[in-house]
Design a protein around this ligand. Structure first.
Ligand SMILES: Cc1cc2nc3c(=O)[nH]c(=O)nc-3n(C[C@H](O)[C@H](O)[C@H](O)COP(=O)(O)O)c2cc1C
Length: 223
């Protein structure tokens, strides 16, 4: 039987209701300005900002605290080029045969196609991997729990942290993404989760004119 250790939790901030309302509104006002950007400038991003955002992602709740994620930050031009080449190969198949008509119809509003110049133009790509198992330094294999859910939450933290720090992102999922293991030299037990494109919007960047559902369409209140 293990003997769990506990420490007092003193970091919680008890706020007055007024302050809670103010902060929740301010956060909503800030987060609703986040948009998926598909036109990036080539302006470099400060690496220390990126490191803080990755640390923020690493604080995410996760199954049994296994932290089943791996973030690979790519700024090297030739690696970005290689990723673009492989992603466009998959995307060509996706747009010409793999995607159902229904799927293509759903994508129409976004105006996306098989061309992914942003994979080279943006200063930074973060390949996010989800670990099915972890391998300890002694070679022991450890099963990970709720890896997909956990990595999804950590990715959400990362996107919010980057937005908060003044950076734009694109959540990109060329499918399948196994080519990322090969290019980035990651072990087979790390499954590519998604590719986050990070940078600044180009001067004339545009976004699709789409809208978010109102509260009554996304939430039910019972009680
Ligand atoms: C799991 C996931 C996969 C996505 N894959 C792609 C993608 O491969 N290419 C792309 O252009 N956008 C992709 N997106 C971005 C969505 O299209 C975008 O978030 C959605 O249209 C809402 O727009 P907004 O982020 O500006 O609010 C993806 C988003 C998510 C969450």
């Amino acid at each position: 039987m293990s003997n769990p250790k506990f420490i007092p939790y003193t970091d919680f901030e008890h706020l007055k209701e007024e302050e809670m309302l103010k902060r929740s509104k301010e956060f909503y006002d800030k987060i609703k300005k986040r948009r998926t950007i598909r036109h990036f400038s080539n302006k470099k991003i400060p690496i220390d900002v990126l490191k803080n955002c990755l640390l923020a992602a690493g604080t995410a709740p996760n199954g049994a605290n296994m932290q089943p994620w791996r973030f690979v930050v790519i700024t090297n031009k030739s690696i970005k080029k290689e990723i673009r080449f492989e992603a466009e190969k998959e995307e060509h198949i996706f747009y010409t045969s793999r995607a159902s008509n229904e799927w293509l119809k759903a994508l129409e509003l976004l105006g996306t196609d098989e061309h992914k110049p942003f994979l080279e133009e943006a200063p930074c790509l973060i390949a996010i991997f989800s670990k099915k198992i972890d391998v300890l330094p002694n070679g022991e294999k450890v099963k990970q729990y709720y890896a997909q859910e956990s990595v999804g939450i950590a990715t959400g933290f990362l996107i919010v942290a980057l937005h908060n720090a003044g950076l734009a992102t694109l959540t990109h999922t060329p499918s399948p993404m196994r080519f990322l293991n090969k290019i980035l030299n990651r072990p087979e037990y790390e499954r590519p989760f998604l590719l986050l494109v990070v940078g600044y919007p180009s001067e004339n960047a545009e976004v699709p004119n789409i809208h978010k559902k109102p509260l009554n369409e996304i939430a039910d209140f019972i009680g």
